[in-house]
Design a protein around this ligand. Structure first.
Ligand SMILES: [Zn+2]
Length: 257
């Protein structure tokens, strides 16, 4: 179990285009979610909120100067851990209940994930040690304290819903497969897609408890037709359309023959 104490929990990088990436470097890659802050004229978006081990609101305080919508691309623990800190949370109808009453307790101890799931995650390509964090947020932190907290689902969306920041307009794409209520936010004007875990440049997970491979295949075919310029994903580095097509085709080769 980790003994090192982290001197800060979140890293922050400004990506241009009023988009800021926050992430948790001491969380193992499997659970290290990209947290995307998008500055708007009237309201900002925080797309996913990480594990909820330390306060995201506190870490991002310099960015938070107007109303904000905390978007859940889906409700896995590594994406909605910090949502309870925000009053206005957006989620797809299929996962609204799970945001408000999480069925997954969440854990930082690998053993508690269960041997079968751990085995599948390792086969998929993730390295998993004893703990899901490599440093403690503060001295004396007890890993068993950790749990996903309920958050308010104030904006329940579906395919085609519009998320408007005052000067930017995102369309909700329902992208099920990884989870039933996975969404992407698509800004047609700039060709920018915030994809959550529907697609990212790492081992894609389609065998989790609520995953559905048939839906995942349909989602991938749909993404292949999207005129994207930039994908800001739920994990791993951002990429462009050429890489999107490579990732989609590799997935379809594996799952759709
Ligand atoms: Zn996920």
């Amino acid at each position: 179990m980790p003994v090192e104490i982290a001197d800060h929990w979140f890293e922050i990088r400004h990506m241009g285009d009023d988009i800021t990436l926050l992430w948790e470097p001491h969380v193992i890659p499997l659970m290290r979610c990209n947290i995307w802050h998008v500055r708007g004229r009237e309201r900002d978006l925080m797309i996913d909120t990480g594990m909820g081990i330390c306060s995201l609101r506190e870490a991002a305080r310099d960015l938070l100067d107007k109303p904000m919508i905390a978007v859940a691309t889906h409700t896995h623990a590594d994406h909605v851990g910090g949502h309870h800190e925000f009053d206005d949370c957006l989620v797809h109808a299929a996962e609204a209940d799970n945001l408000q009453r999480p069925t997954e307790r969440g854990t930082l101890v690998a053993q508690e994930i269960g041997p079968d799931k751990i085995r599948k995650l390792r086969i998929a390509g993730y390295e998993i040690g004893e703990a899901l964090i490599t440093a403690l947020p503060h001295a004396g932190y007890d890993l068993s304290e950790y749990g996903v907290r309920p958050a308010k689902a104030t904006r329940i969306v579906e395919e085609g819903s519009i998320v408007d920041t005052g000067d930017r307009r995102f369309e909700v794409l329902h992208l099920p497969g990884h989870s039933p209520g996975s969404i992407g936010l698509w800004e047609a004007a700039t060709g920018t897609l915030f994809s959550g875990d529907a697609i990212y440049d790492g081992p894609l997970l389609d065998e989790l408890p609520h995953s559905n491979i048939e839906d995942y295949v349909k989602t991938m075919r749909r993404l292949r037709t999207l005129p994207v310029r930039t994908v800001h994903a739920g994990h791993d580095p951002s990429f462009g359309r050429d890489r999107l097509i490579e990732l989609v085709d590799a997935y379809l080769d594996r799952r759709a023959g």
